[in-house]
Design a protein around this ligand. Structure first.
Ligand code: FEO
Length: 135
């Protein structure tokens, strides 16, 4: 069973960004399945690294788009991204050094953060960017 499923209510009406969010959901689902299947530490680390790297890639692309269109809340949005990246990095480093046993709670935190972020913070730029030509 998937932890999270993308549907239209997550759409920010910008194709590239929707595709990124879909991919993030997929990576998170793979991570969740890996945990449930009790995969070895190296496999879990690989999955959390993938999540970290893709999240970074997505945030950078999203910030570039907001910058391109002069979105007024970019600085605030960037700070929220950075805080999340720091948190995932901390999980990753603690797990890699054996100081954290990654649990379903961590996965749920990441899922809840992503859902909340897309539906509130990302959704806020949707009309601003699409009304200026982003698609
Ligand atoms: Fe789609 Fe602001 O992350």
């Amino acid at each position: 069973m998937a932890l999270i499923t993308w549907d239209e209510h997550y759409s920010v009406k910008i194709e590239e960004i929707d595709n990124h969010h879909r991919r993030l959901f997929q990576i998170l689902n793979d991570f969740y399945q890996g945990l449930r299947a009790n995969q070895v530490k190296e496999s879990i680390l690989k999955l959390i690294n993938e999540l970290y790297d893709y999240t970074n890639y997505h945030f950078q692309a999203e910030e570039k788009l907001m910058e391109q269109y002069g979105y007024p809340k970019l600085a605030e949005h960037r700070k929220i991204h950075q805080d999340f990246i720091n948190r995932v990095q901390d999980y990753r480093d603690r797990f890699a050094s054996g100081r954290l046993l990654i649990s379903i709670e961590v996965t749920n935190f990441i899922r809840d953060w992503l859902v909340n972020h897309i539906l509130k913070t990302d959704m806020e730029y949707s009309e601003y960017l699409t009304s200026r030509g982003a698609k």
